[in-house]
Design a protein. Sequence first.
Length: 489
Amino acid sequence: MSAAALAVIGTGGLLTVVIICAVVILLYYGRQPAAKEGSKENPFKNDDPNAEVIVLDEDEIDLNQPCSGKKYIKRGVCMRDGKVLDGTKDLCGKGTEEWVLDPTDKDYKASIGDGECPSQFRECSVTCPKPCEGNTWKKGSCVRVKADGKKTVLDGTAAKCGDGVVQETLDQTASDFKPAVGGGGCTFTKSGACHVKCPKPQPPKCSYPVLGWQDNDMGCVKSRTDHTKVKCGESGVVQQYKASTLNTNKCAQLTQWVACKANPCPVDCEGTWGKGWRDCKGACDTQPERVRTYTITKKAQHGGKACPYADGEKEFKNCGKITQCCKIKGDWELDSCKSNGRGKYTKKHTGSCDSKLVEKEDSCCYQAYDWKNSGSCSSKGKQVQVQTTKNCPKGTDTRTVDCSINCEGEWKAKSEDSWFCNTTTCGGGRGGSARLKYKQYYTKTWDEYKITQPAVGNGSQCPNKDGDTRNVKSRNTKPRHPCGGSERC
């Protein structure tokens, strides 16, 4: 539109033109049919087939879309620098853990094409180990501990007083107690020195810190004057004393000699392997072994030497070859059948099997295979044969086989008498001659071949056919003089 036209229309007219154009465009696109869902024009399925479809240019459609959703779930554990924070001293404190969208959530939508589904890494923390806290202790009794571990409570009496030790236990029920965290430690007991006052001083008396008599370090000797130690099993005397530390002058007796006896002499242990190695034995599929058992015949006593083996101890050594375990394959198979109809059956197997499992005797079909002809070869070339059997199904004792018979034949002499009409000239001289027809008799002889047994099956054929002839001859018999009284014809 030209500037002059715009000037004529004016501002109000221009607004009217714009409104009219907008209405035309809406009417045009409103009449266009909706693109079919699933088609090239609308690759996305519509929930409402009547809803308006906006078709975008292929360049405007992003076929690579990331996953989306609202709910995240934690995947993995709290880590730092690629190491799992397990709550130990160096693996505790702050770290990160991975969170991903929950694929089971109703709002989750999987990625499309090359779209990504990135994870979220959130801060996490694992508590570091911390020892327990508390300073409330329960005090125990003041005790004296001997070298053997026995304890004597010092209660302030004459024999139970003086210095000792006291054990205290941490009060876990106190308000200031806090348990250890993580792998933190905790000290529950502690010990310290203590003192229990002794009673008021008593009048001086003999003091024995160790009650009872104690043997002198010389031990058991031969006599009071001979301090040679006695040998094992011998008797002697030993000097004893009482240990006194205070007021020795108040003690009644501090030494004495008493009878003693040395320890019995040591007895060394004795043993034997008895009958030695036993027979070679072993279960299937295992290495067979020989075994022998050690028996102690005299036990060690009084410090004697011990036997090198315990009583009943066994020794083993390999022997023989490994025997394969029995493995049966298949069912019973007949090995041989006797003429009485009883046979041996076996089962195929590997390894060593009990004979009852793989061998048995039972009824069987015995066939002697001594086939003999029954009757003669039939004209069809079949021969029935029979054999000796026992416990066999019906028909096992007979069979039909092909048979052959050679052709047989012979030459037989044949003869036949007959005549034919012959002509001769009779007479002559004055009376003249005449032609005469008469019957000329003759005998025909020949040999004729007769087949007496035709060939059957593959039997050989006869050299001649049935009815073949040879040596055919003919001899006139009568009349000898046809002009004189012969039969006319």
